[in-house]
Design a protein around this ligand. Structure first.
Ligand code: KG4
Ligand code: ZN
Length: 338
């Protein structure tokens, strides 16, 4: 079965074509460069960008997969959560394609699509599994029993992990998006350098919930006390980036393991942009070994927003007989169905 996946929930316009579980093409066009000067995503700019590039993304995806539109059997589109204007571009595009090709369309949950990216790899998580989604908008733990059956176990009480990376990078004057820049800066620190200042742990709060705003504020006060990021040496910035990254990754790892033991489930699947972080991947792999868990993480490219995640999730839902209405709109509509 050939599935076309469309993702426009935030600042990436992404279209992928998959055949069963194999990716034939995956095109991602990001408007990140347009948001950089504002230090975060500007919804109106993201939305307009989707309108401008979505047709080109489709053309490129078809070219890469050597297919034409008549070869598509199913269209799967991110229905939410996300920026409503941005989502509506993908949804309208998917509905128009579905109407003109007379092919079924299905709206999928962006957060669950991040977890389902694991089904595009060779080692696929058996159900049930504990899913940890860590992105710019979400930090959530789920018990997943099926593509349409999942239960929220815990989530962030303030900033999402990716959002905290982005905000701390801004405080340190490093730019946007923060995750990859903090990771690079942290890698430049070594033990002979400036000491990492004492960063509070991110372990407070209820057992399976997260909180990252405390560490972010600790970084802010520390940098302010030093007279701002311009007054810090590169090594000092690396030390802060390193300490912050350690604290966030430790909390994510510990709570993912706690969720597995609380639910008595041995399979742990990760997804979302922050799971591209190598320190986190190492910590999770170590904790999984220690606790006898099987860990599943997609390749870094599939951790970030892409069209293949929605495509594979749509495909699984379709096989279960789930369909979306041609009148589907944004997330409110979606939640009614779930
Ligand atoms: O999943 P994603 O592409 O989009 C959302 O659904 O939000 O995640 C984007 C987030 C951004 O906050 C970005 O800073 C973070 O993922 N991110 C990372 C890394 N790469 C991206 N965070 C930590 N380390 C990384 N290597
Ligand atoms: Zn995402």
């Amino acid at each position: 079965m050939i599935t076309l996946g469309i993702e426009t929930s935030c600042d990436e316009t992404a279209i992928a074509i998959i055949k069963d579980r194999r990716i034939l093409s995956s095109v991602v066009s990001s408007s990140m460069h347009l948001h950089r000067r504002y230090g975060g995503v500007v919804p109106e700019i993201a939305t307009r960008y989707h309108v401008e590039v979505i047709n080109y993304c489709l053309k490129e995806a078809l070219k890469e997969s050597r297919l034409d539109l008549k070869g598509i059997d199913l269209i799967s589109v991110t229905q939410g959560p996300g920026l409503i204007g941005a989502l509506l571009i993908g949804i309208s595009y998917a509905k128009a394609l579905s109407f003109s090709l007379n092919c079924p369309v299905i709206g999928v949950n962006h957060v669950i699509a991040h977890l389902w990216a694991n089904y595009l790899t060779d080692s696929r998580p058996p159900l049930p599994f504990i899913g940890l989604v860590i992105s710019g908008g979400h930090t959530s733990l789920f018990e997943v029993k099926a593509p349409d059956k999942y239960r929220l176990l815990g989530q962030t009480q303030d900033d999402a992990a990716g959002e905290a990376f982005d905000k701390v990078a801004k405080i340190l004057g490093l730019g946007y998006p923060g995750g990859p820049i903090i990771e690079k800066s942290a890698a430049q620190w070594d033990f002979s350098d400036w000491p990492v200042f004492s960063i509070p742990s991110a372990m407070d709060g209820r057992l399976l919930d997260f909180s990252f705003s405390g560490i972010k504020t600790a970084v802010l006060y520390h940098v302010r006390a030093k007279g701002g990021p311009e007054k810090l040496k590169k090594k000092q910035i690396s030390g802060i980036a390193r300490g912050f990254q350690e604290a966030v990754c430790d909390a994510l790892t510990a709570k993912a393991v706690s969720a597995c033991s609380a639910a008595g489930i041995k399979n742990l699947a990760i997804g979302g942009g922050v799971s591209a972080n190598m320190t986190l991947r190492r910590k999770l792999a170590g904790a999984a070994r220690l606790n006898g868990l099987k860990l599943f993480i997609p390749s870094p490219a599939l951790c970030l927003d892409n069209g293949a995640g929605p495509a594979i999730l749509g495909n699984s839902l379709f096989k279960k007989g789930i369909r979306s209405s041609e009148y589907m709109s944004g997330f409110a509509d979606f939640e009614k169905r779930s």
